[in-house]
Design a binder for this molecule. Structure first.
Ligand SMILES: Nc1ncnc2c1ncn2[C@@H]1O[C@H](COP(=O)(O)OP(=O)(O)OP(=O)(O)O)[C@@H](O)[C@H]1O
Ligand code: NI
Length: 397
């Protein structure tokens, strides 16, 4: 399938994910919109706590208690799935797209592997230390095989052959089953991700692998289901620079060769610059700016994006320049969230208009370039600037 303009694979709309804690409702993801196209790298960037991971976990249905997706739509393009679902729940289908948030639990879980797959900063969050690397990958292959052997049967899907239930099965001693074929595929996958002597290493345990090799093994496991979308959450943060570059190169190569979309989550704009086709910038649970790599790097609109890019030098204290933006990530506790632009108290360009919550506006430039900021379609007006001490002792600390 060759298309001139890549089609959307994922359309996330107005996503809200909240945690219900003793401190109150935490709005980790608060009205997030973004689109991922076929075969691209979509970068999600933002400071710690901005909601990148929770956004990703919401897509793959791994948000843990006390968290819950409370609102929004996650449209995933999959014609077969759309055909199957249409009859039972026409509301959940739009052309070839299915809103996965409306799928029954088991059906949703079954997407993990063949549709969406996720890798993390710590490979040991995905790998079991007590099982050989090869066997773990082979098991992930089995999941895919079972899924594709019966692609049109809603019934078999709803019985759930998600990775979770499979892992539970395999934990019963003697019950674990992987075919020779799957094991061979595991060797292929280890080879594909650049593990030398894959044939031998397939029988080794995770502790026999170096950090970089473990990361590769986790990627192999994530690829076993031949996912349409691979979500990589800070996949290289824990690695030294050389290995980091290798893993990023690997992800790029795989994304091209396997025609897979990658959602790359990082707080490192260097990684984004090197990898991403399009970018979403997150702040306080929102995507505050999105666009092509050029839009974001050459023509950033939101002062937060400027701040991340380091284009606002801190003249008062050069030592602080390593810290991207002054001030703290705001509280996401619902009751403490102000009814205005969440960035206004840190914004060098805050104006009276910013005391109202900004809607997303088009920035001009590429048609995908948009920002939740009054500067997207207006000029900075010094005469309406908020005084420097406006927020001191006000609704913020
Ligand atoms: N299990 C949880 N319980 C309560 N709050 C949570 C939980 N998980 C995440 N949050 C909240 O959700 C917000 C977003 O967290 P998230 O992990 O998505 O940030 P992030 O952008 O991925 O940051 P980092 O770069 O540090 O990984 C945080 O403010 C955090 O307090
Ligand atoms: Ni995170």
């Amino acid at each position: 399938m060759v298309a001139d303009t890549p089609e959307d694979v994922l359309r996330v709309r107005n996503l809200h994910t909240e945690f219900y804690t003793e401190e109150g409702q935490v709005n980790a993801v608060h009205g997030v919109d973004f689109t991922v196209r076929g075969g691209e790298v979509f970068g999600l960037v933002g400071e710690s706590g901005s909601g990148k991971s929770v956004t990703a976990l919401s897509v793959v249905d791994l948000v843990e208690d006390p968290g819950r997706v409370s609102e929004g739509e996650i449209w995933y393009r999959n014609a077969d799935l759309a055909d199957r679902v249409r009859e039972d729940d026409p509301e959940a289908v739009d052309g070839d797209f299915v809103d996965v948030l409306r799928l029954p639990e088991a059906e949703r879980r079954a997407l993990r592997g063949p549709s969406f797959s996720m890798i993390f900063q710590d490979p040991m969050s995905s790998l079991d230390p007590s099982m050989t690397v090869g066997k773990q990958i082979a098991e992930a292959v089995e999941v895919q095989r079972r899924a594709s052997s019966n692609p049109r049967s809603t019934r078999s899907r709803t019985q759930g052959y998600g990775l979770g239930s499979l892992l539970v099965d395999s934990m019963i001693p003697g019950r674990s089953y992987v075919s020779e074929e799957s094991m061979e595929r595991a060797v292929e996958l280890l080879d594909l991700v650049g593990i030398p002597d894959a044939e031998d290493r397939v029988d080794e345990y995770p502790h026999q692998f170096s950090g970089g090799m473990l990361q590769r093994a986790m990627i192999a496991q994530a690829l076993a289901g031949e996912p349409d979308v691979l979500i990589a959450d800070e996949p290289t943060t824990a690695l030294d620079v050389t290995i980091q570059a290798q893993i990023l190169g690997l992800l790029r190569r795989l994304q091209r060769e396997e025609d897979m979309s990658v959602v790359l989550i990082t707080h490192n704009l260097g990684v984004i610059a090197r990898m991403a086709d399009r970018v979403g910038v997150m702040y306080a649970g929102e995507v505050v700016e999105r666009g092509t790599l050029d839009d974001i790097f050459e023509d950033p609109t939101h002062p937060y994006t400027h701040g991340l890019l380091g284009s606002i030098p801190d003249l008062d204290d050069p030592a602080e320049r390593l810290q991207p933006i002054e001030g703290n990530v705001p509280s996401l506790v619902d009751a403490e969230m102000p009814d205005r632009c969440y960035f206004a108290d840190r914004c060098p360009n805050a104006m009276e208009q910013c005391l109202e919550k900004p809607a997303e506006r088009s920035c001009g430039g590429s048609d995908q370039h948009a920002a939740k900021c009054v500067l997207a379609d207006g000029e900075y007006d010094e005469s309406r600037a908020l005084p420097d001490d406006y927020f001191d002792g006000g609704d913020d600390e």
